[in-house]
Design a binder for this molecule. Structure first.
Ligand code: LLP
Length: 429
C-alpha cells in the first residue's frame, strides 16, 4: 500500500478514522498522520537492502513530531539530524544517540559539544574547516569525534533547484577529487577526529533512479579506497527518494501507476533496492540511508476548511483557513499537493485557485486547477503533506501553529496541541 488514505462510505478516511470527525472535533487547519503508513514505508525500505549490513537513518527534518519519532524508535530506525534541537527531540522520543548521524554545513560549538556528550555515531562534515573545528572542540573536551565527510559527486539530481544538492555549484559537501587528500591530512594532523565513514546526498524528491545509480557508481570506488587506506566502516548514500504527489489518491493501493506512461511512473522502493543492491553488496561497508520524505510524505494530510468562494473577474478563488504559513511547499518549490474534498466527489469539477488568508500573492495551494466542487463550510484535505509540512510552518501573520493528530488503526491521538493566542506571545516582553 502506498498510504492509508481512502474514501469509505462516501467520506475520506485515514486508516479506520473518518477525517470529518477529526476536523469537527479538533478544528482546522489540522495535520493528520497515518502510523501504519509510516511503519509500512520504513519496513519496505529496510527490506529493500536485504542482506546488506545497513541502517535506515530517518531524516528527522522531514517530520520531527515526538510521536512520529517514537514510532520509528520502535522500528529500530537510526536518525539523521541537522541540529542540536533535533538531537534533543530524538533523545526525548527514546532514540539512541549512538544511532544518530549529524548533517549540515554549519554546526555550532554548543551543538558539537552536546552531540559529543551524547555520543552520536558520526558527525557528517561538509568542509575541511568544519572538520578542523570539530577536532578543536573534541580536543577541548578530551574526546575523539567520530566523523565522515560529505562528498559532492557533481551529479545532476534533476529535481527542483532549491532541493538539488549534489552539484559543484551547491554549498554542500567537498569536491569529489579533494576527498583522498583531505582524509590523508586529517589522519595525520587531526588527533581528535576518527574518520569512520563517507557520506553523500544529491538532492530531494528524485523521481528517477538514474541519478542515484550515477552517484553510487561514481563514488563506490572512492568509498572502497577509503576503506582500504583509512579503514572507514560506513557509507551513507543519503536520502532523496521521491514520492507520488500527483493523483496520489487514485486507487489508494499499490500498482495504480501500471497503466501510466514510463515517464510518469514514480520511483518505487523495489526499483531503488533492485538497482542499488548489486552495486553496494560487495563493498563490505555498512550502508546508511537517510530517507525523510519517503517515510512520512504520503503518510500525512493537512485538513483545511473552505471559508468563502470568491468569484473574481478572471478567476474563481476558494479561500480556505490554511495558509502558506501552515504548508509552504507550493509557494516555495511550486510543490503540487492534491486537494481532495472529505465528502467523496460526484464528478462535477470546476477550475479554481485555492488560496489561504495570508497577505501574499504566493499564498496559494493551487492555481487554475480542475477540482471537484466544494462549498464554504466543507473541509478538504491537502494530500502528501506529511513531509516538510508542519516542520516548515511558521507563525507568520501571527497565526497559531495547527494541531497534529496521529492515527493508528481506529484510534486518533492529538500529538501536538494547537497553539493558543497566549502561546503566540510567550517569551515576548
Ligand atoms: N540527508 C540530507 C543530508 C539532507 O539534506 C536531506 C534533505 C535528507 C537526507 C532527506 O531527504 P529526503 O529523503 O527527505 O528527500 N523542504 C524541501 C526538501 C528539503 C530537503 C532537505 N534535505 C521540500 O519540501 O521539498
Amino acid at each position: 500500500r502506498m498510504h492509508g488514505f481512502a474514501y469509505r462510505h462516501g467520506s475520506l478516511h485515514c486508516e479506520d478514522v473518518n477525517l470529518q470527525t477529526l476536523a469537527d472535533e479538533h478544528g482546522t487547519p489540522l495535520y493528520v498522520y497515518s502510523a501504519n503508513t509510516i511503519r509500512d514505508h520504513y519496513r519496505r525500505l529496510d527490506q529493500a537492502l536485504g542482506s546488506i549490513d545497513h541502517e535506515v537513518a530517518y531524516a528527522v527534518k522531514a517530520n520531527s513530531n515526538l510521536s512520529v519519532l517514537k514510532l520509528l524508535v520502535a522500528e529500530h530506525a537510526g536518525f539523521d539530524i541537522v541540529s542540536g534541537g533535533e538531537l534533543f527531540r530524538v533523545i526525548k522520543a527514546g532514540g539512541d544517540p549512538a544511532k544518530c548521524t549529524f548533517a549540515g554545513v554549519g554546526k555550532t560549538r554548543a551543538e558539537i559539544e552536546y552531540a559529543l556528550q551524547q555520543g552520536i555515531y558520526s558527525f557528517n562534515v561538509e568542509s575541511e574547516e568544519e572538520l578542523r573545528y570539530l577536532n578543536e572542540v573534541a580536543a577541548d573536551l578530551g574526546v575523539i569525534a567520530p566523523a565522515a565527510v560529505r562528498v559532492n559527486p557533481n551529479v545532476d539530481a534533476k529535481t527542483h533547484k532549491y532541493i538539488s544538492t549534489g552539484k559543484s555549484e551547491n554549498k554542500f559537501g567537498v569536491d569529489f577529487d579533494a576527498i583522498p587528500d583531505l582524509y590523508a591530512r586529517a589522519a595525520k594532523e587531526l588527533a581528535h577526529v576518527k574518520l569512520r565513514g563517507l557520506q553523500m546526498h544529491i538532492g530531494s524528491q528524485l523521481t528517477s533512479i538514474d541519478p542515484f545509480i550515477e552517484a553510487v557508481e561514481k563514488v563506490a570506488p572512492l568509498a572502497t579506497h577509503l576503506k582500504v587506506t583509512h579503514g572507514i566502516e560506513f557509507w551513507s548514500i543519503g536520502g532523496g527518494i521521491g514520492i507520488v504527489y500527483h493523483d496520489s489518491l487514485d486507487s489508494g493501493g499499490s500498482g495504480w501507476w501500471e497503466g501510466k506512461p514510463e515517464g510518469e511512473r514514480p520511483l518505487t522502493i523495489a526499483q531503488y533496492g533492485e538497482a542499488l543492491f548489486p552495486r553496494l553488496e560487495h563493498l563490505g561497508l555498512k550502508i546508511l540511508l537517510e530517507p525523510g520524505r519517503l517515510i512520512v510524505g504520503n503518510a500525512g494530510v493537512l485538513l483545511t476548511k473552505c471559508l468563502f468562494e470568491k468569484r473574481g473577474k478572471a478567476k474563481t478563488f476558494k479561500v480556505v483557513d490554511a495558509g502558506m504559513n501552515d504548508l509552504i511547499r507550493p509557494a516555495l518549490y511550486e510543490g503540487h499537493h492534491e486537494i481532495a474534498p472529505l465528502k467523496q466527489p460526484t464528478g462535477e469539477t470546476r477550475k479554481v485557485d485555492v488560496v489561504g488568508p495570508i497577505c501574499e500573492s504566493g499564498d496559494f495551494f493551487c492555481q487554475d486547477r480542475e477540482l471537484p466542487d466544494f462549498q464554504p463550510g466543507e473541509t478538504v484535505a491537502l494530500l502528501s503533506a506529511g513531509a516538510y509540512g508542519f516542520v516548515m510552518a511558521s507563525n507568520y501573520n501571527t497565526r497559531p501553529l495547527p494541531a497534529e493528530i496521529l492515527v493508528d488503526g481506529d484510534t486518533a491521538r492529538v500529538v501536538r496541541k494547537r497553539q493558543t493566542l497566549d502561546d503566540l506571545i510567550a517569551g515576548e516582553s
